[in-house]
Design a protein around this ligand. Sequence first.
Ligand code: ADP
Ligand code: ZN
Ligand code: ZN
Length: 736
Amino acid sequence: MKKPATPPPGQAGLLRVVLPVPLRREFDYLCPLPLPLPGCRVRVPFGNRSLVGLVLSHPEHTEVDLARIKPVTAVIDTCPVLGKAERKLLAWAAQYYLHPPGEVYFQALPTLLRKGEDAGYKPVEAWHALSGDSTTLSRAVKQRQAFELLTQGPMPPGELAARGVTSATLNALARKGLAEKRQTLPTPTDWHGEVTINEDGKPRLTTEQALAVSLLQQAEGFSPFLLEGITGSGKTEVYLQAMEPVLKAGKQVLVMVPEIGLTPQTIARFQRRFPLPVCTLHSAMNERERLDAWLACKDGSAAIVIGTRSALLTPFARLGLIIIDEEHDASFKQQDGFRYHARDLALLRARQLNIPIVLGSATPSFESLHNTANGKYQRLTLSQRPGSATVAEHLLLDSRHVQLEAGLSPQLQQLMAGELEQGNQVMLFLNRRGYAPVLLCHDCGWLADCERCDAHYTWHKSGNRLHCHHCDHQRAKPPHCPQCGSVRLVGTGLGTEQVEQALAVLFPQYSTIRIDRDNTRRKGSFEQHLEGIRAGKYQILIGTQMLAKGHHFPDVTLVAMLDVDGALFAGDFRAAERLAQLYIQVAGRAGRASKPGRVVLQTHHPDHALLQDLANQGYRHFAHTALEERRRAGLPPYSHQALFRCQATQGEACREFLVPLAQQLTPALPATVLCLGPFSARMERKAGQYRYQMLLQANSRRDLASACRRALAIADTLPAARRVRWSLDVDPQELW
Ligand code: ADP
Ligand code: ZN
Ligand code: ZN
């Protein structure tokens, strides 16, 4: 072992830094005194590049030869961009997910900060009135009016223009020394101390809600809750009231929502109740907006922060409560790079800060149900909808032996007609966009397959194109079969486009709207469609799961899932859980207002235990049974998994990496750790890449982590590692 080196005292010290590079280590640099505090950014040379790094500590010695340690190029921050609490959270996360620490820390920074920009708000420009002799303006009417406007307070140029004040007028005032344009930094908003709550529209709580609210309001210190409430049972109202004492105490609240749930309505609802600074954090914001919002969380200006997954990694000045709505949603798990689960990290964060956390869902994840059963979380239940809203009736329609028209059985068509005649809306749900998932030649059987994936192209009739939904590749639909020249190319299977077309024929007197990714691409068009539905412009709605989440349509009385049979027999052990969650979510669209609703599931397997259980007993019962199966099979949440994924343009390269990895790892594993594979992905080739995986499973997290560490050490020694792209996913949510 080398002797640790210490820099000569006096002029310089050592910095231990993380860099945004895929290496599982930290780096040491020399820096002139005084040293930047931990959490500050520095610019450093790395190879022949210059990188932004984040200071973690000031070590006294280094294992590296002092002569080879480079000095930092520049110190960027005087104030840490990541505080001690955040650094602790991220350090833990890097350990837990066994991910390169630099990538973990940099994930928590907005892009502009990753690039080394100043950690400051965007300066705002405003015109200010100056004291001076305004009598000279008696004849210049416009200038006088502008001056009087400015004496009431500074005003940004945009607002002045909107009020008809031209820049010529303002410049004239400036020349006379009566006004000037200044750039100022916004000052942090100080909202605590004067927290008022808008009592308008605050309903009388149901007994269940009142109980939940009172338990939440009394919660002290780290206390996790699972709020299990059927759709429309008033979970959001519980969140709103649970937030009151926290905000009144001057503490911030973080509300995490799934990617798709961050709608203007959601934000408006929080804003209406609390006339306080509400800020949002999500991926669709531009870099500048994101940084400003991030700063508002950090300095405490934002009282309420509503955000998607990454909001969890944001620093907060005074965080007092975390709420995770739709906690079962898959979008809380990051699927590339640093593969963290925001819900799991949120629990850790709440524990570190010693604050309450609420996980809410109509269909809690099995992990959370398990944690409730074993007493880690306290359960709050909302089993009823407030007011006169009713719970829907569930029907399984047998689609065997009947003639389906564009996926609709005669019985379903009849049910639809009945509702439509009474002026109600009907919602059809099919999780497949496009016209048909397969295009084939009627004469020779040729199939339109994606060249880059082991998958068929989906035929989109609008635009007359073929689209691979796996790699996004698109091409024109060929006019005839490339194999035999026949023009009889036909689609098989069902997509939303086809159903939409058939509805126009089956129900010509009603108007239909389709909601899927294809026709909501334009910014604002999704909102526009939703508005149209609420206004009663359409009677029949056909859509993918985009339509299933969170929206209120009071006139929908019939909801039908056209085809779930595929999901019943999917390979992934989580498929049943996901199908059940989707089904309950879809079902939740029916009968939300005063009208009773009906939920229809068309299936070729009406006797399937899962469907029977869901339709007749509900989610809780289904989950109970399914969890029992997981327990017997030793699957998560009763065990823990980690997945090594590997991809390359040659399948051989993947095997050359994973096979020796498994071979060298297995003898080193204790009997408590299972190593499965390597095996190929269900879709072996995607976007031109062959994909293989190896699964580790253990009952104890500790055993699993040490097995993973061992595997990582072996991986580093394998020459094939350089010819493939591989990653480790701790607590994977899906197999490939
Ligand atoms: P969830 O989030 O559980 O789906 P929401 O909080 O959105 O449910 O509530 C559904 C609807 O019921 C909303 O329109 C809400 O304003 C209303 N609501 C909630 N609580 C009550 C209550 N106690 N009395 C009357 N209406 C309520
Ligand atoms: Zn052919
Ligand atoms: Zn493809």
